[in-house]
Write a protein that binds this ligand. Structure first.
Ligand code: NAG
Ligand code: NAG
Ligand code: NAG
Ligand code: NAG
Ligand code: NAG
Ligand code: NAG
Ligand code: NAG
Ligand code: NAG
Length: 201
């Protein structure tokens, strides 16, 4: 009983701490996330990122990067068909305003870091035609806004996670040409917005 009076201020402090942690993320956070991605690129034959992703200019001017006008944060990243080889660093999960991520038609490999689960605004995700391996993570089911998920032409193994059935806004799901096994989960029957693909790119 004697401890009760201390609880409300403690709660307030915790709330405040989590708020300030969220609100301190800014375009500098996005810059370090992208620089981390750049440092995980091991082959960039056309020197696209090497010369263009320079800290002397805002990330919003970098090739493949789009910023939102309202919050001045990175909202889209499109590195399609740049012949890049590399891996995805956990820091990419710091792009908290990212709505669209496409790195299709490259040679990204390795597995996907769980920190990507922080990209809760993601609507469009295209990892197609790379060399990713490992399982399709069950935390993909946390992308509540996701409308398109393209993972075709990779080396994903294991089963299709049943959590994908939580992606209630999903319209496009393309997984062909991986090393998946097992059955299509029953939960996918809940994806009432799913469309038959008209294009496979
Ligand atoms: C971003 O926030 C950090 C503190 O978290 C601050 O040092 C930095 O100047 C801010 N950058 C911009 C561009 O506002
Ligand atoms: C980077 O590429 C963008 C888009 O092509 C271009 O507008 C910008 O001027 C380039 N920046 C540098 C420093 O080369
Ligand atoms: C970005 O993410 C990494 C790893 O997920 C984390 O350790 C780091 O503190 C974050 N950096 C910023 C500037 O938010
Ligand atoms: C896959 O990507 C490579 C470039 O990395 C490209 O040459 C090839 O045409 C792509 N294949 C398909 C089927 O899109
Ligand atoms: C996929 O994995 C198999 C076996 O592990 C390997 O032989 C093949 O080269 C991989 N393909 C790609 C595109 O990484
Ligand atoms: C499947 O994808 C691999 C690259 O991951 C490619 O080399 C192969 O030709 C593709 N196979 C088919 C049948 O599309
Ligand atoms: C997501 O799906 C799994 C398996 O279908 C289920 O157990 C879980 O409760 C769901 N999570 C959320 C947050 O809806
Ligand atoms: C579909 O969703 C409903 C309600 O969200 C849930 O009760 C049911 O178990 C789900 N069905 C499957 C096959 O996941």
């Amino acid at each position: 009983m004697a401890k009760t009076p201390f609880l409300p201020p403690l709660r307030f402090l915790l709330l405040f701490a989590s708020f300030s942690a969220t609100f301190s993320a800014n375009i500098t956070t996005d810059e370090s996330a992208l620089l981390s991605l750049k440092s995980h690129i091991t082959h960039d034959p056309h020197n696209l990122l090497a010369t263009n992703w320079s800290t002397s200019t805002s990330v919003c001017n970098w090739i493949g990067v789009t910023c939102g006008s309202r919050h001045h944060r990175v909202t889209a990243l499109d590195l399609s068909s740049m012949d890049l080889t590399g891996t995805i660093p956990s820091q990419l999960g710091n792009l908290s305003f990212l709505a669209s991520l496409s790195i299709r038609h490259n040679s990204f490999h390795g597995s996907l870091p769980i920190e990507l689960t922080n990209l809760h605004r993601l609507k469009y995700l295209n990892f197609g035609n790379n060399s990713f391996s490992g399982v399709i993570p069950s935390w993909f089911g946390n992308f509540a806004q996701l409308q398109s998920l393209f993972l075709y032409w990779n080396n994903f193994t294991g089963v299709i996670p049943s959590t994908l059935g939580n992606l209630s806004k999903l319209e496009n799901l393309i997984l062909y040409n991986n090393s998946l096994q097992g059955q299509i989960p029953m939960t996918l029957g809940n994806l009432s917005n799913l469309e038959w693909p008209s294009t496979l790119t």
